[in-house]
Design a protein around this ligand. Structure first.
Ligand code: PMP
Ligand code: GLN
Length: 417
């Protein structure tokens, strides 16, 4: 793999290390998603690695963006986002979850959820502060915590007959007086877990007791299956005043490249985040903002997408089981975690490197979503990872059914190998 950037220094170096991308020679690798997409392109393998749909979102929403371009929405929009989108976000939160949100003071539009997360962590976490996340965790969390100079503390999700579940004892130990932020992600990437009201109540209790702010990444809020219900943690008692809720149009409407995200929460926290955001991007996505404002009024489209994803999840999960993997069936998101141990692969990273040759398919190792080993240790030997994470591979099912059928057919060769 030759994708490198020059050696970074200071906190950028810490961020690269935290994201598991710092090599022994000081250079930095591309993110695991970029690396695996490049691997798929190079080998012609089916890309079930990076999570993006292979069918674009609804025609009507695309037309709305085209109309906005033609109508001249092509210069900087206001930094906090256009009024119509902030209003649509507030309406959506009220209609779907009963949350009361002031579109003028409590909403901020961002360049995807990624920027909302980065600006939030940079605005609120300082050196000496602890930021708690679940583990496995989305890769940008660790990098942003390191950029802020804060300390990353994790709480595992453990596999059980009920799927990956929150380790409540570990949560109680992890959250304390130094905890500034608790970053929640449900529905959860990569496990597909939808946190239960009981798990959310435990997190809420820990936040209230410690005085921590909760940052909740809900980008898969509408992509849940089998009747699993997404409950925003901001709806729990006493939580709206200490929660920043982050989401994005990318997953809900199948426009991951438009990068329209947002956050909402108490005005003083949103103001702090806006202060950072104005120096990151200031604003973005002028013609996409009115299109997403229109899209957010539609509750039927996202439900249809979730139903179709549930069918595709079943297709992929059944194929993975038939190929010999152990699978934890996800209740939401684009992703399923499969364990290659029954096939003789106890290292998911190694399996992912070999998978294009073995089966013509690309996945992402779950270890890429885990804490990296101590500085100096080889990034290829994550010694402190639980075995269930070391062996895990994340596959996405947000692909056309014919693509998934092809992938499942190819994966079947693993059992024969
Ligand atoms: N959080 C999670 C859990 C994600 O999976 C992703 C990307 N899929 C993001 C945040 C980033 O979202 P966006 O593309 O809107 O920046
Ligand atoms: N969120 C997507 C995933 O988890 C990828 C986003 C990215 O490439 N940074 O696959």
């Amino acid at each position: 793999m030759t994708m490198t950037t020059p050696s970074p220094t200071g906190r950028w170096r810490d961020a690269a290390r935290a994201a598991g991308l710092l090599r022994a020679d000081g250079t930095v690798a591309a993110t695991i998603f970029a690396e695996m997409t490049a691997l798929a392109t190079r080998t012609g393998a089916i890309n079930l690695g990076q999570g993006f749909p292979d069918v674009d979102g609804p025609h009507a929403i695309r037309q709305a963006a085209i109309r906005a371009i033609e109508a001249g929405h092509n210069q900087y929009p206001p930094g906090p986002g256009i009024r119509a989108l902030r209003q649509a976000i507030a309406d959506h939160q009220h209609r779907r979850y009963g949350l009361d949100v002031d579109p003028d003071t409590e909403v901020l539009v961002s360049t995807g959820a990624t920027e909302a997360l980065a600006a939030t962590i940079l605005a609120l976490a300082d050196p000496g502060d602890e930021v708690v996340t679940l583990e496995p965790f989305y890769d940008s969390y660790a990098a942003c915590i390191a950029l802020a100079g804060a300390t990353h503390v994790t709480v595992p999700l453990l596999p059980s007959p009920d799927g990956f579940r929150l380790d409540v004892e570990a949560l109680r130990t992890a959250v304390g007086p130094r905890t500034r932020l608790i970053v929640v992600n449900s529905p959860h990437n990569p496990t597909g877990t939808v946190l239960t009201p009981t798990e959310l109540a435990e997190i809420a209790a820990a936040a209230r007791a410690s005085g921590a702010v909760v940052v909740t990444d809900e980008v898969y809020e509408h992509l849940t299956f089998d009747g699993a219900r997404h409950v925003p943690i901001a709806t729990l008692p006493g939580m709206a005043e200490r929660t920043l809720t982050i989401s994005s149009a990318g997953k809900t409407f199948s426009f991951t490249g438009w990068k329209v995200g947002w956050l909402h929460g108490p005005a003083e926290l949103v103001t702090a985040v806006r202060t950072v955001k104005q120096f990151l991007t200031y604003s973005s996505g002028a013609p996409f903002q009115p299109a997403i404002a229109e899209a957010l009024g539609d509750d039927v489209g996202p439900r249809a997408l979730a139903d179709s994803l549930a069918t595709r999840r079943d297709l992929l999960c059944e194929g993975l089981v038939a190929a010999g993997f152990d699978v934890v069936v996800p209740q939401g998101t684009y992703f399923v975690v499969a364990d290659g141990t029954p096939l003789g692969f106890d290292d998911g990273a190694e399996l992912c490197r070999r998978l294009p040759d073995l089966a013509g398919v690309v996945g992402v190792p779950v270890s890429a979503f885990c804490r990296t080993p101590a500085p100096g240790a080889s990034p290829d030997a994550p010694s402190d990872l639980a075995a269930h994470l070391v062996a895990g591979v994340r596959f996405t099912f947000v692909k056309r059914e014919d693509v998934l059928r092809d992938a499942v057919g190819r994966l079947a060769s693993l059992r024969r190998a």
